[in-house]
Design a protein around this ligand. Sequence first.
Ligand SMILES: [Zn+2]
Length: 57
Amino acid sequence: MSGSPTGEVYRIDWLPGTDVLHGTCHCGREHTSQDPIKMWEWMLAHPNGHEPQGHDS
Ligand SMILES: [Zn+2]
């Protein structure tokens, strides 16, 4: 794998004009929430609630 020298990378942006936070986990999963605490809980709960991409069950 290339890139990601620092390992885990999280990103949280505020959607302009809304109260909605949009977060992207280092695993690539995206999540939206109006509650910053719940957003961080989702982030830190990885991999719980972070379904693997490209896997249909
Ligand atoms: Zn994740």
